[in-house]
Ligand binder design. Structure first.
Ligand code: AMP
Length: 143
């Protein structure tokens, strides 16, 4: 199964923010949209970073009174690891595990095409395993 199949099922909507936005705005968006990360873009959909709830937890731990007034650019991860639609679930799972992050923006021809989270990947993997088990049961029943 590929990233393309995951996007076909969940959609290609990516919630983004801008590097100049306040962290407080990013927090409000994460809460309102019930998601764990925002892709940071400039000039439409050029990826310049990613900010996740983990970056915000780290920021709050500094106990800086003005923490949430800082721009997103101050806390985002700038070197964003991405994937493309043709990649397999196993490949993106391995990349998330190695990088210790739970979100991978999907890019194609230099454009943002979607995003997959660890939740999407695990769901797809479970469906795949269930499908294989079902096929195995059907095969044994007819043997
Ligand atoms: P997450 O597990 O996705 O909440 O993110 C954990 C940490 O990795 C945070 O510092 C994020 O900014 C960073 N991060 C999340 N996704 C990516 C990604 N695709 N590429 C690079 N860093 C990321």
């Amino acid at each position: 199964m590929t990233v393309e199949r995951i996007l076909a099922a969940k959609g290609r909507d990516v919630v983004t923010t801008a590097p100049s936005k306040r962290v407080a705005d990013a927090v409000a968006t994460l809460a309102r949209r019930r998601i764990g990360a925002l892709v940071v873009v400039e000039d439409g959909d050029r990826i310049v970073g990613i900010v996740s709830e983990r970056d915000i937890v780290r920021l709050i731990a500094t106990k800086d009174a003005d923490a949430l007034e800082q721009p997103v650019s101050a806390i985002m991860t700038k070197s964003v690891v991405t994937c493309n639609e043709g990649e397999t679930i196993d490949s993106v799972m391995a990349r998330m595990t190695r990088g210790r992050f739970r979100h991978l923006p999907v890019v194609g021809e230099g454009r943002l095409r979607g995003i997959v989270s660890i939740g999407d990947v695990v769901k797809a993997r479970i469906e795949q395993v269930e499908h294989e088990a079902e096929e195995m049961r059907a095969y044994i029943a007819t043997a």
